[in-house]
Structure formats: C-alpha cells, structure tokens
Design a protein around this ligand. Structure first.
Ligand code: MF3
Ligand code: CO
Length: 258
C-alpha cells in the first residue's frame, strides 16, 4: 500500500520541514567565493544539530549530505573544495534527511550574485512547473495528469524536460513507489489516492533535453552545456488539493507561501 496514515504524514512533515530549513540555512551562505564543500559541511552540521541524519550520505555509496549542481549540471553534483561559486552561476541544492525514521527530500535552485535575465526566466518557469505538478496532485487524477502539467508548462515556454530522472514516493525509504515523471500523457498511469506522499522534482533544461553522466560517476549534466534548473517539494495527495509538506518559505522569507 502506498498511501500513508495521517500520523505518518505528520512525521513526514517534520522531516520535510527540517530539509526546508536546512536549504534556507545553506542558502544564506551562497555568494561568489563560497565552495560547495562549505555548503555541504554546514548542511550536515545543521541536520545533526536538529536530531536528524543526512539522508543521501551512504545511499548507494553517495559520499555527501547535499547534491550541489552548478549551471549545466542537472542533479547529483558532488560537493567539492574545488568548486567555487562565481557571480552569475546558478546552483541546485538538493538535500535529504532522515528524522524519526522518515525521510525528507527537497531541492531549490539558487542564484549566485547577478544572474542573466534569460537564466532567471528558466528558474521562474521551472518553479512554476513544480507548482503546476502540485496543483495536479489530487485524488483520482493519474500520475500522467501531473506529469503532463509539468511538461506542458516547460515546453510551451521553449524549455525541455529531462527524462532520465524522475520524482518518487517517499516514506521510510527515500525512494518509494510510484515514479513521478516530469513528462507524460493525460489519463495515463496509476491513479493518485489521498495521503500518497510524493516528491515532485522537475529538472528543466534551457536547451536540449539530453543529459550525460560526468566522469565522477555521479554528476548528471546537459549534453549541450546549456543551464538546467531543479526544484523539489514533498506533498501529500489531497482530495481537493495537495498538502505541501516542505516549503520554500524559509528560503524566500515569506511565511505564508510556498
Ligand atoms: N535527491 C535525489 C532524489 O530526489 C536523491 C539523491 S540520490 C543520492 O531522488 F544518491 F544522491 F543521494
Ligand atoms: Co527526490
């Protein structure tokens, strides 16, 4: 059974909130000159100070707390002392935690200093794609309805959708059924039910959709080297609307909005 009890949703909300706060904590450090390893070190410290453990570290031998993916890197970028952020970069920071046996997982693409107008548009549209997906995360919709909503918004704005990586269910495992693709057709796929908890995470490219793995065996980047953006939130499927468990409000310093 893939749907959660109300109690489990509350535990998942606590994990989701810790991830949300960790992203905001790390976000405060983002400026030209900071290394992605410094961000990773702070994230791990913050998570442990709040009673959690990093969710990614050790997962399939992943070595770090964060995935830090810069510019044309899509996801799974490895934090490194050699990766120094510079003015005009964008960086997707993806963070997972394990707290009280339940996982949290969310991501946000930050701007470093002054970012070009065209890249800011990519970030805005990608975040809108995520919220289109969230709007479709209601009981009796199908996973394809959610996927279609994301793809439609990306492609109608001239961007492309990464196919090789998808969102996922979450619970006592970081990756649970179902897969949550960011492309698809309406009316296709499993039917959503109340209290299914999903990580929706569009990865949207400014150029072509093709991606490749870098030689470190982890980092995924665009083949054409054009920038890519990634935003992820965790939601519980609802009858009328999704209950959004993680939030960007700590990052964006608004208290009433995701
Ligand atoms: N955040 C990724 C996801 O959403 C998981 C990272 S996998 C790891 O599925 F191996 F890098 F940890
Ligand atoms: Co995820």
């Amino acid at each position: 059974m893939v749907e959660k009890t109300d109690q489990e949703v509350e535990l998942l909300r606590q994990s989701a909130l810790l991830v949300s706060k960790t992203l905001a904590e790390v976000g405060k450090m983002i400026r030209p000159g900071v290394t992605t390893l410094e961000l990773d070190t702070r994230a791990e410290e913050f998570i442990r100070d709040h009673g959690g453990v990093p969710g990614f570290k050790g997962y399939r031998k992943y070595p770090s707390t964060l995935c830090t993916s810069v510019n044309s890197q899509v996801v799974h970028g490895l934090p490194s002392k050699n990766t120094v952020l510079k003015d005009g970069d964008i960086i997707s920071i993806d963070c997972g935690v394990l707290l009280n046996k339940y996982y949290g997982d969310s991501a946000y693409t930050f701007q470093v200093g002054e970012v070009s107008e065209s890249t800011r548009r990519l970030l805005r549209i990608t975040k809108e794609c995520l919220f289109k997906g969230i709007e479709a995360a209601t009981a009796r919709n199908r996973i394809g309805d959610l996927a279609y909503a994301i793809q439609q918004h990306a492609e109608s704005n001239t961007y492309s959708v990464v196919r090789e990586l998808v969102g996922h269910g979450i619970g006592t495992q970081m990756h649970e059924r179902p897969d949550v693709p960011n492309y698809g057709r309406r009316g296709v796929g499993i039917r959503l039910r109340k209290n299914m908890v999903l990580c929706i995470e569009p990865m949207i490219n400014k150029g072509k959709r093709e991606v490749m793995e870098e030689r470190d065996g982890w980092t995924i980047r665009t083949k054409d080297n054009e920038p890519s953006a990634h935003f992820e939130l965790t939601v519980a499927v609802g009858e009328q609307r999704a209950d959004v468990l993680s939030t960007f409000s700590f990052i964006e310093e608004k208290s009433n909005l995701n």
